[in-house]
Design a protein around this ligand. Structure first.
Ligand code: UAG
Ligand code: ATP
Ligand code: API
Ligand code: MG
Length: 488
């Protein structure tokens, strides 16, 4: 593609050299991956400044470079005020506006994004449509699975894979949209058709200044809905009316908003909710009629996720019968309220709860069916929001017969100091601290007997533990099963 043609997508830029004969064979933001003919984009990151790698990009054959300041290179430099924004536009244009070729559903909120995205995927699969999915666990195009580094990857990765989805005939793609992604403009250029808001509670206050700043970032998904796109696909917001922040999301978009709720009148509601240890039943009420749902998913929070998914599907024109079949058939997501079954006579549940609110939701659910003691093994991630640590400790102590504080992913932090932060939230004699996660799990397993439930929280599907910058294989489900065997 001619660079001059590609640059038509940018309105404000300067070039240091004549670009008329320059062609572009790809776009790259990592100098190490540049191949001859690529357009290299310099991003000033949190760790390093991509401008410092312009020379390397040139040596690797970059045909031109997009930068925020003049560079000492001989290839043409395209100067812009914001390379991240430029990257989103250039990638969108290079890959020919792929998100205009299929339905794109974005899900934002503190908890429930991954869980809801798989429910949406399942409904559209039952609707006989080819689907795409991008989120914390993986990316999927149809049934092909890809690894991802971020819940919401950067705009270059996104546009490239949106193009692959369009090429493969995806009808509907669903993706989690994190607050970091919204704040950093990773989804600029993505033409969302439906924006879903699940809930908002404390998390990521290491990155966001305060809850207002976090809310502002989350609501950008709704602000982006239909903005700046010529596409004539209908746009909708879908919001959880039971969340105190829902109005902020309604106000952020000029598009129509559909509400869902368990507690009050709304467009889509759940009536006759019946929660048990083996599943959930409720009546799904929509403007088009009612359906009985019998789901294997556990907990009231799962009803919220099903309402969110059903609402997004319903505004997309999916029949209620299909939604009913899909919700009744869809099992839980890896590492979300996942039971470990190793022949023991007590319950062991691995869950990804890593915020005060999700931990409370999961523990409330366990409390409602646990016959005897509840043991909670939980830690908090290093290099993440420190203010959630004492709050998570409080929630664990509130519900547990015995709370065992341990390490999550300490990352670059001292594991002991993370535990001190947790301990500050609770009374001295209300918990046990065991730094080593395997030993903490073994401790809980050794204590448990018939009718008890152990919750191992925080890491869910993660197959690793990151300690001091080194990532070790560690899977709570495997370790729990080994500990159960070791006890027998
Ligand atoms: C804090 C943060 O968001 N960091 C993201 C950021 O990394 P960074 O800014 O450190 O990048 P950098 O290493 O400084 O590099 C800057 C530029 O120089 C380039 N470079 C670098 C080295 C080199 O030799 N040559 C070169 O060209 C890089 O390719 C890049 O373009 O850009 C990377 C590429 O897009 C992301 O993978 C990375 O996410 C990291 C892994 C991360 O942990 N992010 C978390 C905070 C995050 O975003 N989480 C949310 C989910 C939160 C939730 O659960 O709700 C998410 O969406 O994942
Ligand atoms: N709707 C919900 N409300 C509150 N808690 C929930 C909800 N859905 C799931 N949870 C709890 O939160 C945990 C994380 O769920 P999930 O992975 O779906 O959230 P997420 O928003 O994708 O999280 P992340 O920000 O890490 O990507 C689950 O393991 C469960 O404990
Ligand atoms: N996406 C979240 C995941 C947290 C998972 C938890 N196990 C941790 O490491 O803190 C984050 O990066 O903050
Ligand atoms: Mg997620």
């Amino acid at each position: 593609m001619k660079l001059s043609q590609l640059l038509q997508t940018l309105n404000v830029y300067q070039t240091t050299k004549d670009i008329n004969n320059v062609t572009v064979t790809g776009i790259e933001m990592d100098s190490r991956l540049v191949d001859p003919g690529h357009l290299f984009i310099c991003i000033n990151g949190f760790t390093v400044d991509g401008h410092n790698f312009a020379k390397q990009a040139e040596e690797n054959g970059a045909s031109a470079i997009v930068a925020e300041r003049p560079l000492d290179v001989s290839v043409p430099v395209i100067l812009v005020s914001d390379t991240s924004k430029a990257m989103a536009k250039l990638a969108n244009s290079y890959y020919q506006n792929p998100t205009q070729q299929f339905r794109l559903i974005g899900i934002t909120g503190t908890n429930g994004k991954t869980s809801t995205s798989y429910l949406v995927e399942s409904i559209f699969k039952h609707h006989n449509k080819k689907t795409g999915l991008i989120g914390t666990i993986q990316m999927k195009i149809g049934d092909k699975e890809y690894e991802v580094k971020n819940t919401t990857p950067d705009s270059l990765f996104l546009q490239k894979h949106f193009a692959e989805m369009a090429h493969e005939g995806v009808d509907t793609a669903v993706m989690e949209v994190s607050s970091h992604a919204l704040d950093l403009g990773r989804v600029h250029g993505a033409d969302f058709d439906i924006a879903v808001f699940t809930n908002l509670s404390q998390d990521h206050l290491d990155y966001h200044k305060d809850m207002d700043d976090y809310l502002r970032a989350k609501s950008l998904l709704f602000a982006q809905l239909g903005n700046g796109y010529d596409s004539n696909k209908p746009k909708f917001g879908v919001v959880n009316k039971d969340d105190p922040y829902y109005k902020a999301f309604c106000k952020s978009t000029s598009q129509e908003v559909l509400t869902y709720s368990i507690n009050q009148e709304a467009d889509v509601t759940a009536k006759n909710v019946n929660l048990s240890a083996s599943g959930t039943t409720f009546t799904l009420c929509t403007p088009a009629g009612e359906k009985e749902i019998h789901s294997p998913l556990i907990g009231k929070f799962s009803v919220y996720n099903m309402l969110a998914a059903a609402s997004a599907a319903w505004v997309s024109g999916v029949e209620l019968n299909t939604i009913q079949q899909a919700l009744s058939a869809t099992k839980g997501v890896s590492g979300r309220f996942e039971p470990v079954l190793a022949g023991q006579d007590y319950g062991v549940i691995v869950d990804y709860a890593h915020t005060p609110d999700s931990l409370e939701n999961v523990l409330e659910t366990i409390q409602s069916f646990a016959k005897e003691n509840i043991y909670v093994v939980v830690g908090c991630g290093g290099d993440r929001d420190k203010t959630k640590r004492p709050l998570m400790a409080q929630v664990a102590v509130k519900y547990a017969t015995e709370a065992i504080f341990t390490s999550d992913n300490p990352r670059s932090e001292d594991p002991e100091s993370i535990l001190r932060d947790m301990e500050r939230g609770v009374k001295e004699d209300s918990y046990t601290t065991i730094v080593n996660r395997r030993e903490a799990i073994q401790f809980a397993v050794d204590k448990a007997s018939a009718g008890d439930v152990i919750l191992i929280a925080g890491k869910g599907h993660e197959p690793y533990q990151e300690v001091n910058g080194v990532t070790h294989h560690f899977d709570d489900r495997e370790v729990a099963a080994e500990c159960i065997k070791a006890k027998q």
